[in-house]
Write a protein that binds this ligand. Structure first.
Ligand code: NAD
Length: 499
């Protein structure tokens, strides 16, 4: 459910393509956030007590409701972000499949299991289980306003937690509708509440002493503030931040497929994708052919808000200035614009921009641009491509196109990132069973998959002594018992191991 408030302050969510007001939303203040967290604590206790089977059923029914309301959800996303309606539908489909996976797998991944105690503790029955934390505060971004937060919301709920969700101020309607759908299926307790507002509302949530974890997705800059707020209460945090992902095109790659995927990875959603392709490293032999295919395909792309548009406007107006700065800086420093240029930035849209010969230390290569721009670089070989890919403090994901399975797998392992997709763009994001998250400035912790479920739990170890054996942790232990144990240890661990 969406949270009630006594405050009369509101803010508008705007359609970034038309500037029209989509809806007015409450600015929830600290008091509202505290009240929501308190309700969530009660909801969490009830939800946990429902048990695995009942929670699974409820969440599958929420998934059903979201599926039946897919077009309604996609329309809100379309209005609030400006992205094409089909992209909004696709995003909602991905969120649905994650909720489905989390609901179906929570018991198997988190439920109690017996653990072999080892010879020395053979008299102990050992049980490991993953218990819900309580209340999880989810703070979301605007670029994938249903898919991204569902990676935390769905998994946290399936693990038995209640959630208080603060959507981005650019996409509050998505959060409000999601909470409404949850309340329709789970009317007894507000297991998902949405609080709306600007950064201060998110800050109030992160600094609440009564939440058990924060799942933050957004910029690294804000993540640091959230982390500082969490530090006050030692609240654990999972941080999903930005990226500067690369696509590597190796020898023998299918260049048509590589150009198609790289273009989608760079330009879809107007380049406003955390795992979007921002740099392309192409081995010398393939460079000219690849660049010509890429530029040819890019010429067909047109931004707009109509059904035929390839992608929409820049959702957050302040980003336009960053995109323009990166393009200009690249060109000032010797880069060439082979498609578009500084003139491609036409508020609220940015037409496709492809840059070559851009110095490795320029902003367009080092900082997250978050626009439909891309730099293409010629490299000697795969090793240089991997080395340059890894020359960034970010490490979210990456793409490799190659004609060789073994070379691609080896390069994928060497790529410093949480995810790598070979011969396709971002295939991992739609595979619910795989963990999602970054390294370095891209954040820490994981959503999705079994690791994503465990992220919202605490492991609980229980031992039960089944029969008495030698008791070495007693003041009554004898010299003889100790000698027997030393003999055993020597036998088990003292041998020399051969290759
Ligand atoms: P942002 O950091 O500006 O805002 C994210 C959220 O934090 C918003 O809900 C905002 O209201 C809230 N917030 C702002 N100040 C806060 C504070 N002091 N305390 C608590 N919350 C606060 O990010 P954005 O512009 O919404 O999103 C774009 C960024 O998110 C990009 O860097 C993108 O790469 C990243 N992103 C990462 C992933 C991922 O999974 N790694 C997914 C999507 C987006």
């Amino acid at each position: 459910m969406s949270v009630a408030t006594e405050s009369t302050e509101t803010f508008a969510s705007l359609n970034p393509a038309t500037g029209e007001v989509v809806a007015e939303h409450a600015v929830h203040d600290e008091k509202d956030v505290a009240a929501a967290v308190e309700r969530a604590r009660e909801a969490a206790a009830w939800w946990r007590a429902l048990g695995w089977k009942e929670r699974r059923l409820r969440l599958l029914n929420v998934k059903g409701s979201l599926t039946r309301n897919l077009n309604r959800m996609a329309e809100v996303i379309h209005q609030e972000t400006g992205k094409p309606i089909q992209d909004a539908q696709l995003e909602t489909i991905m969120a649905i499949s994650h909720l489905d996976w989390a609901a179906r797998n929570a018991h198997k991944v988190l439920g109690p299991r017996n653990v072999y105690p080892g010879v020395m503790a053979i008299n102990q029955k050992c049980v490991l289980e993953y218990q819900a934390l309580g209340v999880v505060g989810v703070i979301g971004p605007w670029n994938y306003p249903i898919f991204t937060p569902m990676g935390s919301i769905g998994y946290a709920l399936a693990a038995g937690n209640a959630v208080v969700f603060k959507p981005s101020e650019f996409t509050p309607g998505v959060g409000v509708l999601l909470a409404e759908l949850f309340a329709g299926v789970i009317p007894e307790h507000p297991v998902l509440q949405t609080i709306t507002g600007l950064g201060a509302t998110g800050a109030a949530l992160a600094s609440s002493p009564h939440i058990d974890k924060v799942a933050f997705t957004g910029s690294g800059r804000t993540a640091k503030r959230v982390m500082a707020a969490c530090a006050e209460n030692l609240t654990p945090l999972v941080a999903e931040c930005g990226g500067k992902d690369a696509c590597i095109v190796d020898a023998g790659a299918d260049l048509d497929a590589a150009a198609d995927a790289a273009l989608w990875g760079a330009m879809s959603n107007a380049g406003q994708t955390c795992i979007g392709v921002e740099r392309i490293y192409v081995v010398d032999d393939a460079y000219d052919a690849f660049l010509s295919k890429l530029t040819e395909k890019a010429k067909d792309l047109r931004p707009g808000f109509d059904r035929e548009a390839a992608y929409g406007p820049i959702t957050m107006p302040s980003q336009l200035e960053i995109i323009e700065r990166h393009i200009k800086d690249a060109i000032d420093r010797g880069g060439k614009a082979v498609v578009g240029g500084p003139e491609s930035v036409r508020k609220p849209y940015v037409e496709p921009v492809i840059l070559t010969d851009v110095p490795d230390d320029s902003a367009a290569v080092c900082e997250e641009t978050f626009g439909p721009t891309i730099t293409v670089h010629r490299v000697r070989d795969l090793d240089e491509a991997v080395e340059k890919t890894n020359r960034t403090n970010y490490g979210l994901a990456g793409t490799i196109f190659s004609g060789s399975k073994s070379r691609a797998m080896d390069a994928a392992r060497r790529m410093r990132s949480g995810m790598t997709s070979i011969n396709a763009f971002a295939a991992f994001a739609s595979v619910a069973a795989l963990p999602f998250g970054g390294v370095g400035e891209s954040g820490f912790g994981r959503i999705h998959g079994a690791d994503g479920l465990r992220e919202f739990t605490r492991p609980k170890a229980i031992t039960r002594q089944r029969f008495a054996t030698m008791n070495l942790t007693s003041f009554a232990r004898s010299e003889k018992e100790m000698q027997r144990v030393l003999g055993m240890i020597n036998m088990i661990h003292g041998r020399r191991y051969k290759r």
